[in-house]
Design a protein. Sequence first.
Lengths: 423, 423
Amino acid sequence: MTDSGPAGQHTVRRHNCALVLGAIASSPGVSRAGVAARTGLTKATVSTLVDRLVTASLVREEGRQHRSGPGRRGTSLSLSPDGPCGLGVEIGVDYLATCVVGLTGEVRDERVRRVDNRDRPPGRVLARVAQELGRALARAEGERITVGGVGVAVPGLVEAPSGRVIVAPNLGWQDVDLAAELRRRVPVLPGDLVVGNEANLAAVAELDALRHRDESVLDSFVHVSGEVGIGAGIVLGGVLFDGSHGFGGELGHFPVQARGPRCPCGARGCLERLAGQDAILERARADDVETLVSLLDAGERTATAAVRSAGRMLGSALSAVVNLLDVPTIVLGGTYARLHPWLADPLTAELTDRVMGSPWRPVEVRRSVLGAEAAVRGAAASALRTVLTDPDTYIARFTQAEERTTNSVGNRIEGGSGSSPAS
Amino acid sequence: MTDSGPAGQHTVRRHNCALVLGAIASSPGVSRAGVAARTGLTKATVSTLVDRLVTASLVREEGRQHRSGPGRRGTSLSLSPDGPCGLGVEIGVDYLATCVVGLTGEVRDERVRRVDNRDRPPGRVLARVAQELGRALARAEGERITVGGVGVAVPGLVEAPSGRVIVAPNLGWQDVDLAAELRRRVPVLPGDLVVGNEANLAAVAELDALRHRDESVLDSFVHVSGEVGIGAGIVLGGVLFDGSHGFGGELGHFPVQARGPRCPCGARGCLERLAGQDAILERARADDVETLVSLLDAGERTATAAVRSAGRMLGSALSAVVNLLDVPTIVLGGTYARLHPWLADPLTAELTDRVMGSPWRPVEVRRSVLGAEAAVRGAAASALRTVLTDPDTYIARFTQAEERTTNSVGNRIEGGSGSSPAS
């Protein structure tokens, strides 16, 4: 903490700062007077806090609106597109992805590297993750982007808030203290480090994307992330539902065949062994998703049959999900978003046959807006959420980093290497 | 409406009356001053409303507590055990049940009649329901019990708030306007008529029963009603979750065998065809549940194997439910409550094998407190809820009925036949 005032005063400022930033985030273009009205704070307090947020590049202030009519018009406040970014990392079963996303949702950097993480020792995977993370941080620094926090998406059960991965069957992981391991390997990690389940993060990212598109009417759905594993994110009334311990949404181990193939989870005949990406590729005799899509585009029969069969199995499992949860919409994400044109029909046919309420309330099956990028975007957004809910702590860290290279608080340098708190 | 004052005044009294009754219901033994403190109403207003509630037998007032110490002690207020009762009716696949439950949860009357309602025309079943309802009302009248409302539990999808049954596969019903049909057949039906899904009503009744037992720590669970059909009631954080249209919790049509037996729902291999009561009885070669329990008690092998097989299938389906919802507890209700000693082990073994988080957070499998009575009790409670949330309307109806046979409002007669609003 760089704050030198009494603790009580700091707590109040911290609270009010978050209140003001929240008001600006939810009403882009609002005036200072508007923020005062929304928060119940005095105009003087709002002005001081807005100045603080503007100096830290969290908020952008646009010139006075010279409109006709009586009264002085306020300036227009919104989240700054030049402010801090969240750095998202996704540890996929067969890839590593990173992305850098700003406060207003724009993607500043995005990389996906194909790499097989299956059955490698966690240490080797983590070394690679640390390397990718370091490169993404260096690129951000080169672009003079301030990284406000890091979020990591993993295909497994995560213990909150420690960031320990309890189990990730498709990676062969058990009890990996991911947050601690990454902090050890990347000592300059900026801001908070948040670890989450990839399917849950993908669902939240999709919800945000739908809101940006003004499709917020779609506030209850199950987002299915189809990769090597299959995960689900359950959104009910605009809020992620992830259960009593955050372990919810594990659709991949839905029992399909009692005597089916053995799954790394220990059970047999799990949905992801029969309808996951690898199962489809093997049955379609395709090496990767791009090849598969080419075969499907050409109407090749084996590939088409493989995807249709997966669609039926997925549809049967999802019929059980809809019968249980009565959600109106299924969103196909990950690889399934790519395969949507061929998956949707057999999947919808199963839902129509098996969902009790479907003759009266047909279930909508739609393609994810974000596709395979949803989880890593969600990871980046989860990192930014810690900045948005506690801007004062971010500012304290940011100015501390700045002070090392500049002599005045809040006077952001325009060149040099000191612009990132990671430096 | 019997109220003669202006509309605004009536609306306020109606609101305040519900507020006062709610405060008394949630704090049994509270004083008038305590109610005033909890509601923010003046003591004078509280006194007037409490008098109104006492006169209507909704609230019981017990004598001044003569304790030592300064200050006048208030009287102690609580819901009246002699007040109105809810009449619950359950239309089972192979039985009709009725029960009468008071405001404080005591059961005043309960009857179960074995009758096969399968594939009978809805009209014939409804005639029988109307007959049972009429008998229950007559018994209540004979006991001078005021029935404040009627709740009906059905094994199917119900459209709220119309009370229309959209589909009930095991009854062979489709589009039956149950509420309207019952009102037509039983013109003296007292108070509101509420129709609900039996599994959801059972789960709410179980939640209430757990609260009465001070087990309110158990506030997230899936209650499985095992009868001829299988239904689930999902309770999350102390609240029933029944989905976007109230169609949630349909566990019975969980897909178990792609080429399994045909189900009245239209699909194949549904859980309830393979692990429901009739499937177990057939496999165990038992005519009814009592015979089955005798065979199980005697350790008969065919019966034991039949129940264990059902337990494994149920466990496999419930593993998918827990993987999806991450609920810590499964409550076995209905016939499954009777079979709990033989079902629990194979069921728990499947959960242990298939639930991803179970090595870290084992799932608890417990027997329902209410057993097969849960749904009809829930139906009765749902009828009383309308009295508790709008006591003023109940009082208006009640005094209207009283006025027909007595000459003064609120002067409850002690004898004669006019004590029930159904008369």
